[in-house]
Write a protein that binds this ligand. Structure first.
Ligand code: L37
Length: 281
């Protein structure tokens, strides 16, 4: 039996429409959520994503401002902007679109963001809070992955989750999040031995490595839920890290690329921004 195709685009639209109602209620109380997006340099993918974030804010009724800075900005100027945004009462969430151009210190910029406004969940305080099970801003992409898995109706507790990739923005936080949901979690990466065999054990396989069509059908246990976080541009086409046409024949459920995790990343950013209005951590 062919896999259920998980429609991230549709689920993200539902989430945005739920958020729109919440934002209307907040606005009626004079508490419109505000998001500041900081984009440094001219990375083409970042420009696309930032445009989509602005559009989503507009649709939902979130106040947004975009700060576009040249790649030649100094670290001090960038930190000064973060300080201003930290102090601005209209702004509840601050997102610095990564990667930053060479020469800028990403970690120092992230640490400068007020943890109460850290809607990306990349500040060490947010990372630490998530890892010890406290309420925290959850990074948008892993939060989107969890939401998609939950909406397939899959029980997570006790299941074997394999996360392929160990980045700070996807792999590591995804592993922490699924551990929090009582899964048994394995993280695999470029040095993992017998990686196919590890993947074949997974009830839920989350792939975030940035290698086009790496995961083949013999890596996947029949009936597994497969979440493809990869976005690779190959010959003008966008393809995931999973060989979709092959794997959909064995998986129980699978996300497409595009139209899977990507739109959920943005929906979760909107959710974090709305949540930031009432944040008490
Ligand atoms: N929050 N997100 C946050 N902070 C960052 O620093 N880099 C980064 C980040 N990444 C990000 O925004 N990623 C992202 C990736 C894909 C989409 C949106 C955001 C997305 O919507 N993808 C579409 C296809 C878009 C396209 O045509 O390129 C999809 O359907 O997958």
């Amino acid at each position: 039996m062919a896999a259920q195709i998980i429609n991230g685009k549709e689920i993200a639209a539902e989430i945005r429409s739920e958020l729109k109602e919440k934002v209307a209620a907040l606005t009626a109380q004079g508490r419109t959520p505000g998001l500041a997006v900081v984009l440094v340099g001219d990375n083409p993918a970042s420009q696309v994503y930032v445009r989509q974030k602005k559009k989503a804010c507009h649709e939902i009724g979130i106040y947004s401002e975009e700060h576009r800075l040249p790649a030649t900005i100094t670290q001090e100027e960038l930190l000064a902007l973060i300080d201003r945004l930290n102090a601005d009462p209209k702004i509840h969430g601050i997102l610095v679109q990564l990667p930053l151009p060479d020469g800028l210190d990403e970690n120092e910029v992230i640490e400068r963001i007020d943890p109460k406004k850290d809607v990306d969940g990349f500040h060490p305080i947010s990372v630490g809070r998530l890892s010890i099970g406290l309420e925290a801003f959850v990074p948008c992409t892993p939060a989107g992955v969890l939401e998609l898995v939950k909406r397939t109706g899959t029980a997570i507790s006790g299941k074997k989750v394999v996360v392929l990739g160990r980045s700070n923005i996807v792999g590591k936080p995804a592993a922490r999040l699924f551990l929090q949901e009582n899964a048994t979690v394995t993280i695999c990466h470029s040095r993992t031995q017998n990686i196919e065999e590890e993947c074949r054990q997974a009830d839920i396989l989350i792939v975030a490595v940035g290698r086009p069509k790496l995961v083949k059908k013999d890596w996947v246990k029949p009936g597994a839920v497969v979440i493809d976080v990869g976005i690779n541009r190959v010959d003008g086409q966008i393809v995931g890290d999973v060989d979709f046409d092959e794997v959909k024949e064995v998986a129980g459920a699978i996300t497409p690329v595009p139209g899977g995790v990507g739109p959920m990343t943005i929906a979760m950013l909107m959710k974090n921004t709305v949540g930031a209005v009432d944040v008490d951590h």
